[in-house]
Design a protein around this ligand. Sequence first.
Ligand SMILES: [Zn+2]
Length: 531
Amino acid sequence: MAKQKLPSQGIGFYTALLVALLLISGCTPETPAAQSDEPVRLTLLHTNDNHGRFWPNQYGEYGMAARKTLIDRIRAEVEADGGYTLLLSGGDVNTGVPESDMQDAEPDFRGMSRMGYDAMAVGNHEFDNPLEVIRKQQTWSSFDFLSANIYDGSGERLFKPYRIFNKGGVRIAVVGLITESTRFIGNPEYVEGLEFVLPEKEMATLLPELKRQAEVVIALTHMGHEMQSIGTDVALAKAVDGIDLIVGGHSQQPVCTDSEGALLADYQPGAPCKPDFENGTWIMQAHEWGKYVGRADLVIEKDSVQLVDYQLIPVNLKTGRDEHAEMVQASIPPDAELQAFLQDFQDKGGEALRQVITRAEATFDRRDKRRPSNVSPLGSLITQAFRQFSRADIAITNSGGIRDNLYEGDVTVKSLMQVMPFANTVGYVDLNGEELQQYFEAIGLSGGNQRGVQFSGMSFTTDGDIVVGDENQPLDPAKIYRLATNSFLAAGGDGYPSLLDKPTYVNSGVVDFTTVQQLLAGKESISPAQF
Ligand SMILES: [Zn+2]
């Protein structure tokens, strides 16, 4: 606003006029902001792909309590300097740590609220849960879940598309976008009936609306940096002009470039980081799990947004894994209040998970392919549990759903959850031999097991024919068999034919690792050879 010297007389009138004008402008948020000629300093802080890491790991790295200390420090410093802050998450808050998973990530969402997050992009792993759990998570959160490109069956957006923040008179539009591939990689049961529009397309449509309301446009995304040629942060920056910043997630990488602008393949914590720059748009991402807080210091003037400094600040990351390992930077103490708050969740989660079920005499290696069937003892153990639980003749599961080995020593609920972290439920269906044969052919289980499907209750003859059960009977086209599997595959995940339209399909609602727990209950010990 231009400074004008007031006349010596009639100050009261001018003051009254000024007050009246301010009141009027205050009532109409759609009018252009009263932006001063003074540049506004905005510090944008960001994280992504939390994946249940509310608590530090066993080496004391990351964790929300230390992150809060860091964020509070930066906020105080920026505010003392007359600047403003904005704290954003690039999504995938859910899935990855049993203590979080079994509590529907309540500690994570509540922890983020206590840190003062302003908004998050909805990520594909939010759809590991049904919509009612996501809605519950929203009630735990004091910030917005943003996603412009998810629509329900009636063409309505499932989430708020964007939010306009006002920082020192500058209006900043933050718009959420998710990878369109969520329709394949989300739990099919939970994404069924939803439409995921290509982010470039959605953003091109939305941009004029955003430009009318804001001076700065930030895309808060969960699409990956450059995993494929379309639908990524780089593709978005190239396809749509006029986005100032893209704050991303999903590919779980530190987005730091060399002097030529090429992405650094092995970025080391504590090193300088220059974000990517494509078609006038800065693109940033803070690796994963709260290992870093990304800090972008911006100066916003009338027609420009300038990035004056950028850092990926490590949160208590160490130089190595042995006892001599040191912190990369000065240790950040945890915020005592947040730590105490999260401790209750950690204890509650830990107690149930540490309960010992049995003992493994040797490690069940998930990649063990020594058997001609291509089924590992771990895959066999899991599918036997599905079969016992469902009283099924045959059970199958996908190798990709088995995420860890079952290690030698005590087997606890926690170790089973690490093997099967997605908390899929077990489902079963009754099919005749002919339908079953067609199903097996569709999933590459005919003439052998090239695709590495994990199964039990069946085997192959030397000619590659399928035989069922202990008596080695070939599939009878007219006989009814019960097939058990996990809800992900049953719903058509990994490209398997969907079983949901079969009239005999039943989703038990019982979580996969629970059936393994039931199979192992009462067994003193187990060994891979037994399965
Ligand atoms: Zn993701």
